[in-house]
Design a protein around this ligand. Structure first.
Ligand code: ADP
Ligand code: ASP
Ligand code: MG
Length: 405
């Protein structure tokens, strides 16, 4: 008997009718003889609703209580799906993070999985039941409920697939697979049949939320084959897997956009050793993760240090950027009206001129570039957020991503 882990996202369990459709799908897989662990997200909109309730009571709610709060969303959908399955004669049991000992560190709202004790799950499967697991949640060493960051049910599913050595991890969502860019922004985006872990990792880290970044990291580390497919219609999805000969040999595989960007520029910083270290050590200590960093000495011997963080980290980063360098800086400017557009592709390793083409396309569309960063397989540009959709379509067109092979 093959073991499948199937994950259903928020839209896929967003109503009673949708949960019934998921139950039908699970029942059909069961009838084909598969052992099944099904991971569910909260019903669409529920996590946001719960966070908004917390925000009504405190400007910055205690993160421990936020996790206790939002974890309830997945408890509801797991129980509802188990009820729907049992009602169809498919024996099922819902299981919360603590019941399957999904052990994480204690970093509330962005916890990392350390270990899963698979004994409970195996016992449920051995009894011939479908295990319906609440995604997104775990438990720390002190017994607190933790959550894995927004979109974290993807990571729950991949972690379970790795721990149980499942034959496949299927991520059912509201699009047919991984596309060359977000199909909601660019209607002629094309579904890709296969994509490498590396490209998917870059796309996820650059804003393509179809898979949570950590789920891709974990799939790559443990060699879990991940299939992204639609819960709303049948048909092959996208296989995320090792780079191999069968993969499409394209220079640019996809375009991503990230609107969760805040840019901080510290002006007039003295040009001497140790200041960058002091600033970024202070940010690291406050658990602020910094994305782009740009520094350049001007003719007067002073530097502007520019860096970007997520909007959520801005409140923590701002006072540090204001104070860390004391007298050695002359001012701070913050910009929250930017977005980052990126192109990603393994083929960039061996092709010259890809960045130049990106800049030309953006220039011809009248899009100004505020900052640039590159890696071996990606180029990112910071642009005005108001132009983000247009920039995505321009790059998607310009790199001919819609063109059939
Ligand atoms: P779920 O609730 O199932 O986890 P998400 O909303 O987290 O679903 O992720 C699916 C969404 O990701 C799609 O609806 C789509 O708008 C968005 N998306 C962004 N980039 C891409 C891409 N390259 N391919 C497919 N979907 C993408
Ligand atoms: N419900 C959580 C969220 O909205 C986790 C998930 O959907 O994967 O972020
Ligand atoms: Mg998601």
């Amino acid at each position: 008997m093959a073991l499948y882990v199937q994950k259903f996202g928020g839209t896929s369990v967003g109503s009673i009718a949708r949960i019934e459709a998921v139950a039908e799908r699970v029942a059909a897989a069961r009838a084909r003889g598969h052992n099944l662990v099904v991971v569910v997200s909260a019903m669409a909109g529920e996590t946001n609703r719960l966070l908004a309730l917390g925000a009504e009571l405190a400007a910055r709610p205690d993160p421990r209580e936020l996790d206790a709060l939002v974890a309830t969303g997945e408890q509801v959908s797991a129980a509802l799906l188990a009820i729907a399955l049992n009602a169809r004669g498919v024996p099922a049991r819902s299981l919360l993070g603590h019941q399957i000992r999904m052990r994480t560190d204690g970093a509330f709202t962005k916890a990392r999985i350390h270990a899963i004790d698979d004994a409970t799950l195996r016992a449920v499967l051995d009894e011939g039941r479908v295990a319906v697991v609440a995604g997104f949640q775990g438990i720390d060493a002190a017994g607190n409920i933790t959550t894995l960051g927004r979109g974290g049910s993807d990571t729950s599913a991949v972690a379970l697939a790795a721990a149980l050595r499942a034959d496949r991890c299927q991520i059912f969502t509201d699009v047919r697979g991984v596309f060359t860019t977000d199909p909601r922004i660019c209607p002629d985006a094309r579904k890709v049949d296969q994509i490498s872990y590396e490209e998917m990792l870059e796309l996820a880290s650059l804003g393509a939320k179809v898979l949570q970044l950590r789920s891709v990291e974990m799939a790559m580390k443990h060699g879990v084959p991940v299939e992204v497919r639609s819960s709303l219609e049948d048909g092959e999805g996208t296989l995320v897997t090792e780079e191999n000969a069968a993969l499409e040999r394209v220079v640019v595989a996809g375009v991503a956009v990230d609107r969760d960007v805040a840019k901080l520029t510290i002006r007039g910083v003295a040009d001497r050793p140790g200041l960058a270290a002091r600033l970024f050590e202070a940010l690291a200590e406050a658990h602020v993760s910094v994305d782009m960093i740009i520094q350049n000495v001007s003719a007067d011997g002073r530097t502007d240090v520019t860096f970007t963080v997520t909007k959520g980290d801005l409140a923590a980063a701002r006072p540090i950027a204001e104070q860390a360098l004391g007298e050695e800086q002359s001012g701070l400017a913050v910009d929250e009206t930017l977005a980052k557009v990126s192109i990603v592709g393994l083929g960039m390793r061996s092709h010259a001129g890809v960045a130049a083409k990106m800049f030309r396309l953006l220039a011809d569309a009248g899009v100004n570039i505020a900052a640039i960063s590159t890696s071996e397989i990606k180029v990112s540009c910071l642009i005005r957020e108001a132009q983000a959709d247009e920039a995505v379509r321009t790059l998607h067109d310009g790199f001919e991503l819609a063109r059939p092979d």
